[in-house]
Write a protein that binds this ligand. Structure first.
Ligand code: B12
Ligand code: SF4
Length: 496
């Protein structure tokens, strides 16, 4: 940039999804927070969300050229890592003098690898990024972009070497963060069923140690909660400024601190914030009293990380819960009148068909309102990844495939075909026309989402049946292909 002490212009980018992956549309909170702290300190910020605008590389290059920022920062998860590298390449071609950054869960772990793999990447920001981003913007503004040795939490290139600075301690006072800068996004583009479904994070950190999860590496072990009054300030702001129609509480474990969760609900009631909302939490961090309170403040859906119906699996995953606790929490939540979504991990290393059957039986017994079946994905930096290495299992997948509907490693005990069969059989029973009608008639926002998932499944099934019928009548006698079944294929088909 050349001029000292002119505040840097930072462009933040959400990279596109890989073409083959099904995409859920959401306002990226990480970018929102980074933009907010930068603007608070007077830096100019622009945001490009490729998941909404879908620019090709030429359009993206032109966009960067016209913005001509001093810093280009890209976020990424593992699934968006390769597209993020492409974004960086385009960025460097368009604005060669800009300092390029990448942050997010993938490079927080594979910092060194990213810098080696990409000539266009200058600095990796590991872990929580707000303070680091500010320090980098300051250095660039002062013309000191080469002077990175004092910035905690970064890994960077310095005369053919890769230097990893010490970690940055997690922020202790997350109440001091400004509101995420949603004004950079056209919120109309993120609507679901015409509803502004607005995200909020009221805490950071998770004290649990589940083997498949990176939350601790990203946000730390210690639970850091925002104060209830600040949380409800944000809810009011989302309602009044962004016409929120529903809130998604995206905390790792929203009710980790039961007292704080009660206090947030009290504050919501006091200020009459009564829009529908949903949250994610652990089954051992709820009780009947709290669930009644959540319901009274219009919590309509609660997501529990149930993971498995097999005690052996829960133990191996270091989940710290039991099958009984899982069943009890689902029962209590349903009794309180809150719909329950459970997420499950299937195909975990050493899981046998019998253990998987226990999970299916658990679902039939406890009857949750919605089920996410996720294949065990060994995200870099997790204990699951280390376990797979230790077992010597082959990992043929590429980063683009690191999604919950893909099998990443070869598991002799539960091969892909078997998993897909079990999954299909379960959802054929679960997503019935009756389920669809019940949810559709219930009519509330969350039931609409569930109804659509059921409809997708039903339509996909009937299309597949038609397709198979046509194919079979054409090529009689030929063997039919196994035809892998995945959510993404299913969704793409039904949207077609
Ligand atoms: C909420 C959440 C979601 C929400 C997104 C909410 C939202 N509106 O942003 C939903 C449900 C949509 C979601 C979806 C998915 N998620 Co998610 N999600 C989370 C969760 C619980 C919190 C993330 C969050 O918002 N944190 C708060 C914000 C402020 O933090 P942040 O985004 O990480 O950004 C900060 C830093 O990472 C850093 N940073 C990030 N990018 C950049 C860029 C620059 C330039 C800089 C300087 C800094 C920086 O600074 C930011 C501010 O501190 C995390 C677990 C966790 N605790 O991290 C999992 C997590 C991130 N998700 C995960 C996954 C796998 C997914 C999915 C891929 C699942 C799937 N469908 O298969 C999708 C797709 C994600 C995507 N497109 O990138 C994994 C990622 C692992 C990995 N290596 O990829 C995590 C870590 C959970 C896990 N399994 O361990 N997710
Ligand atoms: S899965 Fe949930 S409870 Fe387990 S470590 Fe991750 S965020 Fe915490």
């Amino acid at each position: 940039m050349g001029y000292h002490n002119v505040k840097a212009h930072v462009t933040l980018v959400n990279p596109p999804y890989p073409k083959e992956a099904s995409q859920s549309i959401f306002l990226p909170l990480g970018i929102g927070y980074l933009a907010a702290v930068l603007e608070q300190e007077g830096y100019q910020v622009s945001v490009v969300d490729c998941q909404i605008t879908h620019p090709d590389s030429k359009a993206l290059e032109e966009k960067f050229r016209s913005l001509n920022p001093d810093i280009i920062g890209v976020t990424s998860a593992t699934v968006t890592y390769l597209p993020a590298l492409d974004v960086l390449k385009t960025a460097k071609a368009a604005v060669p003098n800009a300092l390029t950054l990448m942050g997010g869960p993938h490079v927080t772990v594979l910092d060194h690898e990213a810098l080696v793999e990409s000539e266009s990447l200058d600095v990796v920001v590991r872990g929580e990024g707000e303070q680091t981003m500010l320090e980098l913007a300051k250095l660039v503004s002062e013309g000191n972009a080469k002077n990175l040795s004092g910035v905690q939490g970064i890994t960077f290139k310095h005369s053919n070497q890769i230097i990893q600075n010490p970690d940055r301690p997690f922020m202790t006072d997350i109440d001091s963060l400004p509101l995420p800068a949603h004004r950079h996004f056209d919120t109309n583009m993120y609507k679901l069923f015409g509803v502004n479904y607005m995200p909020i994070i009221t805490s950071r950190g998770c004290p649990s140690a589940c083997t498949f999860c990176l939350a601790r590496k990203m946000c730390g072990h210690a639970f850091r909660g925002r104060s209830p009054s600040k949380v409800v300030d944000e809810l009011e702001w989302l309602r009044d400024e962004y016409h929120a129609g529903a809130f998604a509480f995206y905390d790792d474990t929203f009710t980790f601190d039961l007292k704080r969760a009660h206090a947030i609900c009290d504050e919501m009631q006091k200020r009459k914030v009564d829009l529908p909302w949903d949250c994610r939490t652990r089954v051992d961090r709820v009780n009947k009293e709290l669930l009644a309170k959540l319901k009274a403040t219009n919590c309509q859906l609660i997501h529990f990380g149930v993971e498995s119906g097999s005690p052996e699996m829960l133990k191996l995953m270091h989940k710290g819960t039991t099958v009984e606790l899982n069943a009890q929490a689902i029962k209590w939540a349903k009794e309180a009148g809150i719909s329950v979504a459970v997420s499950l991990i299937i195909g975990y290393p050493t899981e046998t068909p019998e253990m998987l059957q226990k999970t299916i039986d658990f679902l039939y017994k406890t009857k949750p309102d919605y089920v996410y079946m996720c294949e065990a994905v060994p995200y870099p930096g997790t204990e699951l990844e280390a376990f797979i290495k230790q077992l010597g299992l082959e990992v043929p997948a590429e980063w683009n495939q690191y999604r919950e509907e893909t099998q990443i490693f070869k598991n002799e005990l539960l091969p892909l075909e078997r998993l897909e069969e079990v999954k299909k059989e379960f959802f054929d029973h679960y997503f019935t026309k009756r389920y669809f009608l019940q949810k559709k008639l219930k009519g509330d926002f969350y039931s609409q989402i569930m109804a659509r998932a059921a409809l997708n499944h039903i339509v996909w099934n009937s299309k597949t049946a038609m397709w198979m019928f046509r194919r079979l009548s054409k090529v009689r006698g030929q063997k039919k292909s196994a035809g892998g079944y995945s959510t993404s294929e299913k969704e793409k088909e039904s949207q077609a």
